[in-house]
Design a protein around this ligand. Structure first.
Ligand code: ZN
Length: 117
């Protein structure tokens, strides 16, 4: 079950590498291949965190992801009532990704921190 409403995107090659970084550059992530899902979250918590009405995101299985940096976590409950842990840079506060409690092997990146997406 997806934590947010989603829209399926175009097919992406298996060797495609996505990268993202926080504002200060101390936290970084990399994911390889086609996301399990991608789209725009319309739920109220994403709106409250970002401001705009839609938050772009991409979800990957954790085996295709590398994440580094000093992050804090916030344990939230989504609008759908699902537990979700959100990760932020400890220095600049940029939100980087989340892990849904219902599917803990997924890493859902906020695509706004991925240049070129
Ligand atoms: Zn940072």
């Amino acid at each position: 079950m997806l934590p947010c409403r989603s829209e399926v995107t175009r097919s992406i090659p298996d060797n495609k590498i996505f990268t993202g970084a926080c504002l200060c550059g101390r936290c970084r992530w990399q994911a390889t291949g086609e996301p399990e899902f991608a789209g725009y979250c319309l739920y109220s918590h994403c709106r409250r965190m970002s401001g705009p009405g839609r938050t772009p995101f991409m979800g990957f299985e954790q085996g295709r992801v590398r994440i580094r940096g000093d992050m804090r976590q916030y344990e939230d409950t989504s609008d759908a009532g699902q537990g979700i842990v959100r990760y932020f840079c400890t220095i600049c506060g940029t939100r980087l990704y989340s892990v849904p409690g219902s599917v803990p092997e997924l890493r859902i990146f906020y695509a706004g921190v991925a240049p070129g997406c």
